[in-house]
Design a protein around this ligand. Structure first.
Ligand code: ADP
Ligand code: MG
Length: 732
């Protein structure tokens, strides 16, 4: 029996690159041609219906039955004209993946028994998927299965091509329980975005620019991923079941292959990229850059930023699309945060900013003093929001996968801090120390305030700090600690909520001073000075990967929550529950349910990994090692039989002994791990069970791996069953 590893290697080496079908026409002609976008709606809807839907998109207003029916009719004929046979509400449950339930446009006309294409406004607006298997944290009685999905008109419907060339109309939707609680990411995200719009608009309008009527949060999500050959992927049960390799000796070259970074893209990967980029463009996803990442086999795709809700949908859709297109190329995309030990993991940098409806990037510095004053005001508020809610931000990125990556000297630490760059840091210091000012008539207020000294063009824009979890990068913040497999909404709900909450507080603080007759600019500066003093400990410009920072952060009293369960517990702190309830994002029940779901997700992941580790260690690693050992034993016996001296077999005997030792260590620890798992499974309480999985069960992973990786080094390559790192990472 040939070892599956060698069959897989052979397949992987004999690949032909499939021809990539170039779409017809120029990009501008096919970009978004599979989306039911504004232009299409305008051309297909009556002016009244178009007006209603535009308003719904702009303000979140409800759409009446007649308009919904009209949109549904237009959507149906448009989709059928593009080859769609089915439609689905497309939503993002808390499993982390996207979900669909396909229905046919087909129905039977009861009056004459003939086939008709049916799709009513009611089907567009609301669906009741049999969703009993989606996580709900106890909110929805699972046997009732009464979650429903509801259309989100602010994200355009699109047509997805499935394997085999069939087409489905996908309708972006929220997913809520029968009693109205959110069971997905989109529902709270939309609320948070509305909240930050209201809060930021009020400040812009009253303090900076009367013409602003809306503030839009923006997101550009840089997505890192690994590419491996499909056959090699399938030959690694750990990769296919847990998304990461639980064993594997780090290759001699591995990470040192720094020349991979911005090096030329391997041919197979390049064809794959071109292919999924075309598909993405047709779906209106503005993908822009592609390049190699630091690790071998690792790449990145970055879209142009968009309004957050749209960008979140687009990122989720892009991940789906990439996985689908990869199939055609006999490739697998890995979105796991840490698929390979000893090799850099993957993140999803969430670039975030706020922008007004008259096109101003609120976090963009300016050469005009007044605009720069606005910039500094919002910047300081971001710093304060992050300072006051650092633990919540940490919670928003806590998953089993990201636990491997944060603080592993390759990704930001689990300590949340903010990087501003030296010029801005200095500017804030000066502002903080600014003495009380009195304005005389005719004074230039900005000159007096020293705002003119704040650099409008940031010279250190390029002095990027790649080790900071939350970095200002010229005209936006980049939340770099987000995991590559995450739904961006998880972080975006938190960022926009804490920012809105902070801005509301800011307005109260400033208005209180205005009521005392202070001049507006002076009132703002005084409030900002207080914020800088109370939140500057979150600012850090140094190396976030260093041990010194861990010590320094502890001295500053910043949290360093290493485990995901610990970080997630922040979700049910009293302050958190109050924050969300006060701002009408989550009620207590929803937040507690979310905490429960996240813990369950965590437990499930660790449980799967533990099973895979146990199975592979016993069935494959020990089995292969013993085979090799008996080969060595018969070799020793033969040598002794033909009269060789004992000394000549000594080194082989050592290897034989080592194999025995390592195998029995592995055996022993696998048994203990299984015991720990059983014990954990018997614990009813999710919080306790998660802790047991995190500490007791997971505690064996590295210990078992240590001996397995030693065996990989010893055992004859010909007998080793698991595809090796150098083989997995060496994509051509
Ligand atoms: P880099 O690649 O050096 O980090 P880029 O300027 O290429 O920087 O931007 C990276 C990501 O940030 C892109 O997805 C880009 O669209 C996004 N981005 C740029 N400006 C904004 C903004 N105002 N709001 C949100 N995202 C933004
Ligand atoms: Mg970046």
């Amino acid at each position: 029996m040939a070892i599956i590893r060698f069959k897989a290697l052979e397949s992987s080496q004999n690949r032909t690159i499939p021809t990539v079908k170039t779409p017809e026409g120029k990009v501008s002609e096919y970009y978004g041609n599979r989306t039911f976008n504004e232009e299409v709606m305008k051309s297909l809807l009556s002016p009244e219906a178009f007006q209603k839907i535009s308003q719904a998109i702009q303000t979140g207003s409800k759409i009446d039955r007649d308009a919904a029916d009209e949109v549904a009719a237009a959507l149906k004929s448009w989709a059928i004209g593009k080859g769609a046979t089915h439609y689905t509400h497309w939503f993002q449950p808390l499993t982390g993946a996207t979900a669909e339930k396909h229905d046919a446009f087909f129905d039977i006309d009861p009056s004459n028994g003939k086939a008709i294409e049916k799709f009513k406004g009611s089907a567009l607006v609301q669906q009741e998927p049999d969703a009993s298997s989606f996580p709900n944290g106890g909110i929805r009685n699972t046997f009732e299965a009464r979650g429903y999905t509801a259309w989100d008109p602010s994200s355009p419907a699109f047509i997805m091509e499935n394997a085999g060339g069939t087409h489905t109309l996908c309708i972006p939707s929220v997913f809520v329980s029968y009693t109205g609680e959110a069971l997905d990411y989109k529902t709270p995200l939309l609320k948070a975005l509305h909240l930050v719009d209201k809060a930021a608009t009020a400040i812009m309008k009253e303090y900076f620019d009367r013409n602003v009527t809306k503030v839009i949060a923006t997101l550009g999500a840089e997505q890192e991923y690994f590419i491996v050959d499909k056959a090699l992927f399938n030959a690694r049960p750990d990769l296919s079941m847990a998304g990461r390799t639980v064993f594997g000796h780090i290759p001699a070259k591995g990470q040192q292959l720094e020349d991979h970074y911005f090096g030329s893209i391997p041919n197979r990967v390049n064809a794959f990229m071109v292919d999924f980029e075309f598909e993405a463009m047709k779906l209106g996803i503005p993908v822009r850059t592609r390049h190699n990442e630091v690790a071998p086999g690792q790449f990145e795709v970055a879209p142009t930023f968009e309004e957050v809700n749209l960008a979140v949908d687009h990122n989720a859709l892009l991940m789906d699309l990439m996985s689908k297109v990869a199939e055609k190329h006999d490739l697998k995309v890995l979105f796991h945060e840490k698929p390979f030990a000893g090799v850099n993991g993957s993140g999803k940098h969430n670039n975030w900013s706020l922008s007004t409806d008259n096109g101003v990037n609120i976090l963009g510095p300016s050469s005009k003093p007044k605009e720069n004053f606005r910039f500094i005001t919002f910047l300081v508020n971001v710093v304060k929001a992050v300072h006051d809610n650092a633990d919540l931000l940490r919670a928003s990125i806590a998953t089993a996968g990201n636990e491997h990556r944060l603080g592993a000297n390759e990704a930001p630490p689990a300590i949340v801090s903010v990087f501003l760059g030296s010029e801005l840091t200095r500017a804030l210091e000066e502002l903080e120390q600014h003495s009380e000012i009195s304005l005389e008539k005719g004074d230039n207020v900005y000159l007096k305030l020293g705002i003119n000294k704040i650099p409008s063009i940031l010279l250190d824009n390029t002095d990027r700090n790649r080790t900071s979890p939350f970095a200002f990068t010229g005209n936006k913040f980049e939340f770099r600690a987000v995991g590559s497999s995450a739904n961006c909404a998880s972080a975006m709900i938190i960022i926009n909520t804490i920012m809105a909450n902070q801005l509301n507080q800011f307005k109260l603080d400033v208005d209180a001073r205005l009521a005392n007759g202070e001049k507006k600019e002076l009132a703002i500066v005084e409030v900002l000075k207080g914020y800088i003093s109370s939140s500057k400990k979150i600012l850090f410009e140094g190396n976030g990967y260093s041990d010194e920072w861990v010590a320094e952060a502890a001295k500053r009293g910043l949290s360093n929550m290493k485990s995901a369960p610990e970080a997630l517990s922040v979700y049910v702190r009293k302050e958190t529950l109050d924050l969300f309830e006060r701002n009408n994002i989550f009620n207590h029940r929803e937040m507690e349910a979310r905490y429960e779901i996240e813990l369950e997700n965590y437990i499930k992941k660790i449980q799967i990994e533990a099973r895979v580790i146990g199975d592979l260690a016993i069935n494959q690693v020990i089995a292969a090692s013993l085979k090799y050992q008996s080969k060595l034993a018969s070799n020793v016996k033969t040598l002794l039989d033909i009269g060789m001296k004992k000394k000549s077999v000594e080194s082989t005997m050592t290897i034989i002994e080592n194999i025995s030792d390592y195998c029995s260590e592995i055996q022993d620890m696998v048994e203990k791990m299984i015991e720990a798992r059983k014990k954990a499974n018997n614990v009813e309480d999710t919080v306790k069970r998660a802790k047991m999985y995190s500490e007791d069960v997971k505690g064996y992973f590295d210990k078992i791996r240590y001996f397995v990786d030693k065996l990989e080094f010893i055992v004859d390559d010909e007998l080793w069953p698991l595809v090796k790192y150098r083989e997995l990472l060496n994509i051509k």
